[in-house]
Design a protein around this ligand. Structure first.
Ligand code: C2E
Ligand code: MG
Ligand code: MG
Length: 755
């Protein structure tokens, strides 16, 4: 910037100087010309003045009677003394008399002989002329002597020599140089030192002399014959003319230089005032690009200062947003706990540390029991509040250990054992204890519970992924063992998990390819073995592994939620098949708790009924008491809704749960299915027989039907009959058969009894 501005300014200054110089020269020339012209006219007047005074003085003598007499009488002595006194009085170097005869009296010897001819050549009326004699130039002024005719002339001769010139120069106001030039043979004017062209005009001209350029004006001096033989040159050296402007020029140069210095300093400071902060901004912007924020100092209140302020604000905003984004990337939005990604990274670090320090690291995986149904029952806002609450409790209890939310209701904790091997166990126990108490969320008291799986570094895995997977398997195991428990990982869990995963993948394929089938097992009256209905049972003929029993794949379908899809198909298929049967024959469909509590179950039943055209009272839904595990409220609602539709409801596997009897009070089931475990022993075990009898009596008292499951032999049959069990189901009457066989069985009304 400095260079640019100084350069531009210097160019401007040079242009200005050139302009000033031109103007000064022009002005100098004008004033020199004027002064020279003035001087020339002064000279002209002086010249005439001199002529008049000389001519006047000569005239006085020429008219003097005594002098004329002396001339007439050739009295040379008188003439000479008169001339001498005239010369002194007029102040001229030479005064002489030239007679008509050509005689020269007085001073002749000094002026030389050439003079006579010249004087003779003077025209009568020209009394003033300049003649060149040899290399000398004279001004000649004459006065005729009349007696009464002209007899001669008085001649004054003034040599126009150096001293005359110096005298002339003194008369001018300006320092002029006066010089006399004579004609050369070529016609040019010259005096040996200076030569001018012949055609030089009367105006002021520029000439070049050995002493340098000058302004000059030339006055040709008339010779006796009228033509000029000599000329006067008035010269004014240009240097002298410019002298008075020197101070202006000097002043301009000094002022220009001072100005230049000021400009350089000023632009330097201005440039540094702008350029330095901008360079700082540039630097800060570059650093910001590399993710490093730094505050630009604000040094002024001007635009640059405001720019720096805005930049600082902007970079702060960027930094904060960046932090927010990275926080969001590593934290869970709902609970603000670290998320899965963050957890895995932290676990990696914890494992690395454990390896270094030879310490164990515990990984706790926990989830809330029945969270899905809490969400379904109370709605998502309550579910979210519960999760936040749980997160808070976990943080309080974890004692500085890292707590993360892996997703859904799944949380995980990293427990660095740091020498204390029981820390994981104690923490797990504390968590289980805390969550066994009902929790408060959004004004709702919610009974939940938590199950925890624990894996340990290095025994159960040497990297984060394995540890987490194994803790998850242990969690699964804990849930299977009943809720509200914690379990450590064991190697066998891994094998079971692998199998389960295989089933899951294959089951998805089976659903997609429609490989699932339904089998139907007849339910007959204990009196007369009349077919009252069939229970629909799922069958999965696996293309490679053969028939897979429901006990193997139904739990997997329940865990993965696939049961909802499968159950919907079962409902439709069972109704479709049953609709082809005689009107008194019912179909019983098993419904898993998950499917039962899922939203839209009621409409699935309705759709199945309306699509098949099956009368609602021919459909019987079998549920187990486990549907009540997560609270009765929602379940009873659905049961009443089904009842309102006219659908029958049976309580399956009765007697295997813990509190079956209490459920009998809460809902008027249509039927109780006595679990096979009692039926198997009914003939051999007195207590089993007593239980069966008690159940049948209870059901009769509550006007519920009973079905005994798993009747395999005649003795069981006889016992059940004796105890008053209304219907029976078991291999003794028929194994589950396909739809076609069931149709045949109904058509023939014959049960293919096992022998
Ligand atoms: P469940 O509802 O108690 O069904 C009765 C089970 O006892 C059936 O086994 C049946 O084949 C078997 N069974 C019947 N009579 C005898 C017998 O005399 N001796 C023996 N040893 N067993 C007998 P299955 O078909 O293997 O079904 C097992 C369980 O799978 C069912 O128990 C039921 O809980 C579930 N299940 C079957 N199909 C479905 C379904 O479509 N949906 C749901 N959610 N669960 C189903
Ligand atoms: Mg059943
Ligand atoms: Mg059963």
């Amino acid at each position: 910037m400095t260079v640019l501005y100084a350069g531009l300014f210097t160019i401007g200054l040079i242009a200005l100087s050139i302009f000033a110089q031109v103007m000064i020269e022009r002005s100098a020339r004008n004033s020199a010309t004027d002064e020279l012209a003035t001087s020339a006219s002064v000279y002209d007047r002086l010249w005439q003045e001199r002529e008049r005074s000389l001519a006047g003085a000569a005239d006085v003598v020429a008219r003097d009677f005594g002098f004329r007499s002396a001339v007439a009488s050739n009295d040379n002595g008188t003439i000479e003394s008169s001339l001498e006194s005239l010369r002194t009085r007029a102040g001229v170097p030479h005064a002489l008399l030239v007679t008509n005869e050509g005689a020269v009296i007085g001073d002749a010897g000094k002026m030389g002989s050439g003079l006579t001819g010249i004087v003779g050549g003077l025209q009568s009326d020209r009394r003033d002329a300049v003649v060149a004699v040899g290399n000398r130039v004279y001004r000649i002024v004459t006065a005729p002597i009349m007696a009464p005719n002209e007899i001669g002339r008085i001649v004054f001769a003034v040599p126009l020599d150096a001293s005359e010139m110096r005298g002339l120069e003194k008369l001018f106001a300006i320092p002029l140089t006066a010089e006399i030039l004579t004609r050369t043979r070529t016609g040019a004017w010259s005096n040996g030192r200076l030569t001018l062209p012949a055609d030089i005009g009367p105006a002021v001209t520029n000439i070049t002399t050995p002493a340098g350029p000058s302004f000059a004006i030339v006055r040709p001096l008339a010779a006796p014959n009228g033509a000029a033989q000599a000329a006067l040159v008035l010269r004014y050296p240009m240097a002298r003319a410019m002298q008075s402007y020197r101070s202006i020029q000097l002043g301009l140069v000094v002022a220009g230089l001072a100005w230049l210095v000021m400009i350089v300093i000023g632009t330097g400071r201005l440039a540094s005032g702008i350029a330095r902060p901008i360079a700082a901004l540039d630097d800060a912007a570059r650093r910001l690009e590399q993710g490093d924020r730094y505050e630009v100092p604000i040094e002024s209140q001007d635009e640059v200062g405001r720019l720096a302020l805005s930049f600082n604000r902007m970079s702060l905003g960027i930094k904060q947003r960046e932090q927010r984004i990275s926080h969001l990337a590593f934290h869970d939005g709902l609970t603000d706990l670290p998320n899965r990604v963050f957890f895995q990274q932290s676990l990696d670090q914890a494992v690395a540390r454990g390896r270094r320090l030879h310490e164990q690291v515990g990984v706790l995986c926990l989830d809330l029991d029945g969270f899905k149904s809490i969400n379904d029952t109370f709605g998502h806002p309550v579910g979210d509040a519960l999760l936040r609450h749980v997160a808070q409790r976990l943080l309080q209890i974890a004692d500085g250990a890292m707590v993360a939310r892996l997703g859904g209701d799944e949380f995980a904790i990293i427990v660095p054992e740091a020498g204390d091997l029981c820390r994981s166990r104690r923490l797990a126990q504390a968590i289980v204890d805390i969550f066994s108490q009902p929790l408060q969320a959004e004004d709702q008291t919610i009974a939940t519970g938590s199950s925890i799986g624990i894996s340990m570094y290095p025994a159960d895995g040497r990297d984060a992924a394995t540890l987490l997977k194994n803790a998850d398997l242990a969690l699964y195991r804990a849930k299977q063992d009943g809720r509200g428990k914690f379990r450590f990982f064991e190697q066998s869990l891994d094998e079971a998990a692998r199998k389960r995963r295989q089933i899951e993948t294959d089951l998805r394929v089976a659903i997609h390819n429609g490989q699932l089938q339904l089998a139907f097992q007849p339910i007959v009256t204990s009196q007369g073995e009349i077919i009252k209905g069939f229970e629909a049972l799922l069958r999965w003929p696996h293309p490679e592994r053969g028939m897979i029993p429901p006990v193997e794949f139904i739990p997997v379908a329940e865990e993965t939620g696939l049961i909802i899809q499968v159950g919907e198909w079962v409902m439709h298929e069972a109704c479709r098949v049953a609709a082809t049967w005689p009107e008194h024959v019912r179909v019983a469909v098993n419904v898993s708790p998950l499917q039962f509590r899922a939203q839209g179950f009621g409409s699935i039943v309705l759709q199945a009924l309306s699509a098949s055209g099956l009368a609602p009272n021919r459909l019987e839904i079998e549920i187990t008491e486990s549907v009540f595990l997560e609270g009765e409220t929602g379940v009873l609602q659905i049961l009443h809704m089904l009842r309102a539709l006219g659908v029958r409801v049976a309580l399956d596997d009765f007697g295997t749960g813990y509190s079956s009897l209490s459920y009998l009070r809460s809902f008027p089931f249509d039927k109780i299915k006595i679990d096979r475990s009692f039926v198997t022993n009914v003939a051999s075990d007195v207590s089993a027989a007593a239980i069966v009898k008690a159940i049948v009596d209870l059901a009769t008292a509550l006007s519920m039907e009973t079905t005994a499951e798993g009747v395999e032999d005649e003795s069981q049959y006889a016992q059940l009959q004796a105890h008053g069990c209304s219907t029976l189901q078991g291999y003794l009457f028929s194994r589950p058969i396909d739809a076609m066989a069931a149709a045949h069985m109904l058509a023939s009304n014959k049960i293919a009894r096992a022998a």
